[in-house]
Structures are given as structure tokens and as C-alpha cells.
Design a protein around this ligand. Structure first.
Ligand SMILES: NC(=O)c1ccc[n+]([C@@H]2O[C@H](COP(=O)([O-])OP(=O)(O)OC[C@H]3O[C@@H](n4cnc5c(N)ncnc54)[C@H](OP(=O)(O)O)[C@@H]3O)[C@@H](O)[C@H]2O)c1
Length: 274
């Protein structure tokens, strides 16, 4: 089989970096998308992989990233929308959106939308790193997507991880007939740099000896590797959410097709996409 061209966002650290190493070892052509120039170039050198940089708190950088990627690669077999995290106190990005909502949902929505012609032409797999937090702390209010009324870091995080699943189902519904396959997954609770941007107590799970109780980045990355290497419709089912490489139930809102459409339409309007 020829090597797949696999774009991974959030590839500079944690689950994304572990997956990039695993896929490179399998002979795939991995393209690293990172925020930190130092961390991303270091991994690019280690793997001999191409890389691109963008900070998702600035949507103009996502536009620039998409243009760079489209110019550089005629095919994209896999887009792994993996970058993200839980944030601290509520703040707005330079684009005027709540930061968690922009980094975890709007930016990957924009990147995917801008790359759609190449993704469709490549019959690409589009993978979202969601989270069990969608079920535990997510409760989307379509009229308060940016949590102006009820912000806490876990709620904003859970809402966006729920949005990742709704995006997956709606992307599959809209573009599945044109060859795209979309899937979302929870990587496990993984000892990464996750929660480094928050002061919420959840950081103690990731930044103290309690880390030993959760799985390694390599184990978490294997779930993303499994989806990237898999054959949609054979090894995994498009348009659904996985935990431990098995189809799983998430938040009841995740199967609300009307909500998925509304979220898509609101996202298009917020991003001024045609
Ligand atoms: N760890 C867990 O237990 C867990 C559980 C469920 C889901 N997840 C999800 O897994 C994904 C990867 O997280 P991780 O655990 O591997 O954490 P991580 O080690 O902190 O990696 C997060 C990645 O996202 C990048 N990133 C963060 N903010 C960004 C921004 N504003 N613009 C562009 N890139 C940005 C980071 O870049 P830098 O290297 O520059 O920081 C890094 O490459 C996230 O979507 C997270 O929500 C994690």
C-alpha cells in the first residue's frame, strides 16, 4: 500500500506526537501541525517530517495554514483534528470568541472547511480527538455556545468535545456521499501536557504523581493511530464516536441531528464562510 499523507494537529506534544512517531514508524507520510516552533521543529527533525505552524487562537493563522497545506500537498488521506485542551478563566481570542470554543471547535471546523476540496478529492478520513468529557461535563446551549452565562473550564471543555462529535456526525452526513469519512474518539485519560493552561483542580491528575494512574501518551496515541490506519466501513464505522477502539455512547445531545445541523450553521455564520 502506498504511504498515506496524514496531517496531525497538536502534533508537537502528547497524543499527537506519540501518534506521529507511531505512524512514521509504519512508513506513513506524516505532516506535523504545531503551535510551538521549538517543539514542532524538534519533532520534525527527529522524524524527518514536514511541519507547519499555527496558533488556533488566531483564525488568520488557520487561514494561512490551510493555504500552505493546500499548496504543499495534492492529497490528504487523513486529517487528524487533535489540537486542543482545557483552558483557565474565561477569555476571548483576538477574533472575539471564547478561547476554548475557538481552539477546540471553531479552528478545526475552519481548517476542515478550507481543506474540503482536497479532502473530498482524496476520500479522506477526518478524525476528531474528542473526550469522555463530552458526556461528563458537556451541555451545549445553542444560544450560548461561548458560555457567556455559565462558564467553568470543565463545562467549556466538555461542550467543545461534544461539539467535536456533533461536527463528526454532520460532516459525515453532508460529505459522506462525496467520499469523506469522519470519526471521533476518546483517547483515554492520558498523562500528557493536558491541563497545563488551567488552574482548575483537574490539573492535579495530570501534573502530580497521580499521573501514574493514567495511561501513557503512547497508549493514547495508539487509538488515533488505529483510526488513521483503519479502513472506514471495515475496521471502523464512519460518523460515530469511539472509546477503546469500540463504538461508544456519549452525551445524549451527541445524537441530536438537529443540534448538529444548528451547530454547523452557527459555525459557518461565525466564521463568515460561504
Ligand atoms: N490527555 C487526556 O487525558 C485527554 C483526554 C481526552 C481528550 N484529550 C484530547 O486530546 C487532544 C490532545 O491533547 P493532549 O492530551 O495530547 O495534550 P497536550 O500534550 O497538551 O497536547 C495538546 C496539543 O495541542 C496543541 N495546542 C494547544 N493549544 C493550541 C492552540 N491554541 N493552537 C494550536 N495548537 C494548540 C499543543 O501545542 P503546544 O505543544 O504548543 O502546547 C499540543 O500540540 C486534545 O484535543 C485533548 O482535548 C486528552
Amino acid at each position: 500500500m502506498p504511504a498515506q499523507t496524514i496531517l496531525i494537529t497538536g502534533a508537537s506534544d502528547g497524543i499527537g506526537a506519540a501518534c506521529a512517531r507511531q505512524l512514521t514508524a509504519k512508513g506513513e507520510r506524516v505532516v506535523l501541525i504545531g503551535r510551538s516552533p521549538q517543539k514542532t521543529t524538534a519533532l520534525a527533525q527527529e522524524l524527518g517530517a514536514p511541519f507547519h505552524l499555527a496558533n488556533f487562537t488566531d483564525l488568520s493563522q488557520v487561514h494561512r495554514l490551510a493555504a500552505e497545506v493546500q499548496a504543499a500537498y495534492s492529497r490528504i488521506d487523513v486529517l487528524a483534528n487533535n489540537a486542543g485542551g482545557i483552558m483557565g478563566k474565561r477569555e476571548l481570542t483576538r477574533d472575539g470568541f471564547e478561547k476554548t470554543f475557538q481552539v477546540n471547535h471553531l479552528a478545526p471546523f475552519l481548517l476542515t472547511s478550507l481543506l474540503l476540496p482536497t479532502l473530498i478529492a482524496s476520500s479522506a478520513k477526518v478524525i476528531q480527538t474528542s473526550s469522555i468529557a463530552a458526556r461528563l461535563t458537556g451541555k451545549l446551549n445553542i444560544d450560548d455556545l461561548q458560555n457567556e452565562k455559565k462558564y467553568t473550564p470543565p463545562k467549556a471543555y466538555g461542550d467543545t468535545k461534544l461539539a467535536n462529535i456533533l461536527f463528526t456526525t454532520e460532516l459525515q452526513r453532508r460529505y459522506g456521499p462525496q467520499g469523506i469519512t469522519a470519526v471521533a474518539f476518546h483517547p483515554g485519560n492520558v498523562a500528557t501536557n493536558f491541563a497545563s493552561d488551567t488552574t482548575h483542580w483537574i490539573r492535579f491528575l495530570y501534573r502530580t504523581p497521580l499521573r501514574r494512574l493514567i495511561i501513557s501518551p503512547e497508549q493514547g496515541g495508539q487509538h488515533l493511530t488505529w483510526l488513521a490506519e483503519g479502513t472506514p466501513g471495515v475496521t471502523w464505522t464512519p460518523g460515530v464516536y469511539y472509546e477503546n477502539d469500540k463504538i461508544a455512547r456519549s452525551n445524549p445531545q451527541a445524537s441530536d441531528a438537529g443540534l448538529a445541523r444548528q451547530l454547523w450553521d452557527r459555525s459557518v455564520a461565525m466564521l463568515n464562510l460561504a
